[in-house]
Design a protein around this ligand. Structure first.
Ligand code: PRP
Ligand code: URA
Length: 208
């Protein structure tokens, strides 16, 4: 159940800027997008390649291109939307689905309010996007929903995870690989990741 922690110095630096409570909304949003691009680079490392022949200005060459594996991105609303453009900047042909859910503040259980996935999601490799993996409840439910639509190859991409969330996600979906920027210490009594970065959705959209 070891998650892939992407320890690239640029990514680690940007996560530290995100954690700082002085970081304002615009900078926070830009950083989430940039970090998503760096995570995308790592999470797509196993995409298959095939050889093609092309003509360069100098000569004919055998070279490699992506072997047509189809991808889908599924940001979890709201905060996952902050990662979407950064991911699409590297994989612009990916289709995009949306799952809307929020954590009930008392029970900490996810409440789903929206689901719209690509019709052919069953044939696609799916990258689920959410900056925060706290109790894991939101990711576990969203991935169950995506599996119900037939998807079989799914990865979870997040910025910061609590050990509790990693454990819950792995126990519910052991087939799902987890890519994150940092594994933090624990959850506090309100289900926030410690040290974390606060409420990701509120910080991306300036709603608090
Ligand atoms: C946040 C976050 C995750 C969820 C993580 O969303 O973006 O979706 O909490 O918590 P969990 O692992 O304990 O389920 P939130 O419910 O705050 O909704 P929002 O993105 O609309 O702000
Ligand atoms: N959701 C967030 O946005 N932040 C946390 O720390 C936990 C859940």
């Amino acid at each position: 159940m070891t998650p892939m922690i992407v320890d690239h110095p640029l990514l680690q630096h940007k996560i530290s800027l995100l954690r700082n409570k002085q970081t304002g909304t615009k900078e926070f949003r830009d950083l989430v997008s940039e970090i998503a691009t760096l995570l995308c680079y790592e999470a797509t490392r196993d995409l298959p390649l095939e050889e093609v022949e092309i003509e360069t200005p100098i000569t004919m060459a055998r070279t490699k291109v992506l072997a047509g594996r189809k991808l889908a991105l599924v940001p979890l609303l709201r905060a996952g939307m902050g990662m979407l453009d950064g991911m699409l900047s590297l994989i612009p042909a990916a289709k995009v689905g949306f799952i809307g859910l929020y954590r009930d503040e008392t029970t900490l259980k996810p409440v789903e309010y929206f689901c719209k996935l690509p019709a052919d999601i069953a044939e696609r490799d799916v990258l689920v996007l959410d900056p925060m993996l706290a109790t894991g409840g939101s990711a576990v439910d969203a991935i169950a929903q995506i599996k119900k639509h037939g998807a079989k190859r799914i990865k979870f991409i997040g910025l910061i995870a609590a050990p509790e969330g990693i454990k819950a996600l792995h126990e519910a979906h052991p087939d799902v690989d987890i890519y994150i920027g940092a594994e933090d210490e624990c959850l506090d009594e309100n289900g926030y990741i410690v040290p974390g970065l606060g409420d990701a959705g509120d910080r991306i959209y300036g709603t608090k």
